[in-house]
Structure formats: C-alpha cells, structure tokens
Design a protein around this ligand. Sequence first.
Ligand SMILES: NC(=O)c1ccc[n+]([C@@H]2O[C@H](COP(=O)([O-])OP(=O)(O)OC[C@H]3O[C@@H](n4cnc5c(N)ncnc54)[C@H](O)[C@@H]3O)[C@@H](O)[C@H]2O)c1
Length: 254
Amino acid sequence: MPNNTKPTYNFTNKTALITGAGGGMGEQICLSLESFGAKVYGVDLKNKPSVYTGKNITYFQEDITDYKAIDSIFDEISNESGKLDYLGNVAGVLLFEKDKSLVDIDMDIYDKVIDINLKASTYMARKSIPLMLKSDSGSMVHFSSVQAYRGDPLPQDAYSQSKAAILNLSKSVAMQFANRNIRSNTIVPGMTMTPLQKRWENDSESKEKMANFIPLKRLGTPNDMADGVLFLFSDASSFITGTELIIDGGILLH
Ligand SMILES: NC(=O)c1ccc[n+]([C@@H]2O[C@H](COP(=O)([O-])OP(=O)(O)OC[C@H]3O[C@@H](n4cnc5c(N)ncnc54)[C@H](O)[C@@H]3O)[C@@H](O)[C@H]2O)c1
C-alpha cells in the first residue's frame, strides 16, 4: 500500500469531536488526529476501544440520537476546552437484512436509519456551530457513501437516502457559515473493510471479486478515510468548502 509519502500535520491546541469513534473509520480518525497533537473527543454506542488507553482521547459511550446525552457532551467540551475546531460526523448504520426497497421497508426501520444517519448528524452540526463561532473558525466532515449517487437493483433505500441528504446538510452548513470561516465538506467512501462490512470478514471470494471490480484493485481501509479527514480538517484545505471528496478507489467511474 502506497503509504510512505504521507503528509504530517500540527493539530496542537485543536479540539475535535468524532462520532462513530468505536467503529472502524472513527477509531482510525481519532488515533490519527491524536497522533498529530489534537485533543480528541469520541462518541459511540460501543465500549471504549482499548487502543485509546493512555491517549489524549475522551470517550463517551452514548447514543447520538439521545439529544440530552449529546447536550451533556457539548457542555463538557465547552467547559473543558472552551471551543471546538473539528466535527467528524462518522457514525452510521447500514441495517443489511432490514433496509430494503421503499415498497417493502418497515417504516420503523426507515425512521431508525434516518434518525441515526441524518438527524443525529444534523444535531451534531447544530451543536458544534456555536462552539466554532467562538473562535470564528472550524471544519466539519460528514460521512456519506457512494450509494448516495446510485440506484441499486438490491436497494437499501433508507441508507441511500440518508447518505444523499448528508451531501446537502454539508453544503447548507458550508453556505450559511462560510462568512464565519466555518467549512463543511463530505467524504464519500466506497467499499471499506471495517466492522460495518463484517459479513465479508471470512468471505475472501467476495472480497476478491469486489477488489477486482474497483479500478485501483483493492478495498478501502480506515486509514484511507482518516487521510481524507485530516486533510479536510487542516489548513491545507482552507479554500475548500461545500464539496465532496470521493474516496472509493475509482468505483464510481464504472
Ligand atoms: N465501510 C464501508 O464500506 C462504508 C462505505 C460507505 C460509507 N460508509 C460510512 O462510513 C461511516 C463509518 O463507517 P464504518 O465503516 O467505520 O462502520 P462501523 O460500523 O465500523 O462504524 C460505525 C460506528 O457508528 C456507531 N453508531 C451507530 N449508531 C450509533 C448511535 N446511535 N450512537 C452512537 N454511535 C453509533 C457504531 O457503534 C459503529 O461503531 C458510516 O457513516 C458509514 O455509513 C462506510
């Protein structure tokens, strides 16, 4: 993997809040940010990952759809750090067997996916803005999916719709707060090996087939996504807002 020419960053005195911090991509994003000096806050339903031990990462085991719990997290960040520089809206669910075509889906399942993937991301952005306005600067990165751009013969309509709406959440924040130097961009991942794709863990045949279909001939990694997030948080992207960074090995070229 061509990882020998990576940029380095200085995130000293920067504060970041990352949702999905117990998942594949979120965990790597927290570790990468921390390794470059950031104070990181992570939130996830899962237990605190053991790799966080001894690191400058404060972990909240909470449900991001529980707005009271989210309010408390923001209170703690405000009291402790007084500001927020970066928000990573990474948490998301894909309910494989239950997320179906709009004509078949149980509407409670539909609501659940929208609540987690879209509404909670919106609430996180809404709560972040006042903290970013304190320093007239900030950068948000929201996680969509290549599914936002596609129809699918085997649809997961709630997931795809939630991920398409994330594109507009990001653009709207970007437009509304550009004059206060708050940037907002979206990462659009392709197929990436994380717990979300655990159905493929022991299915090397399907993984190989998918890798062969991807123009760059491999599946994505959490590091591929963390690299994009760090770039979009950093000043290296200071003139970039309201856009998408597709990290998919070229799969959307098909
Ligand atoms: N892995 C892929 O192939 C892929 C492709 C496209 C987009 N994505 C998107 O990338 C993002 C990260 O996915 P990942 O691959 O790291 O998946 P993951 O399942 O490893 O991580 C997602 C995390 O979100 C957390 N989460 C879910 N619901 C939550 C809730 N209500 N409150 C708090 N935390 C909650 C989960 O516990 C999990 O740890 C997601 O938004 C996903 O939709 C992933």
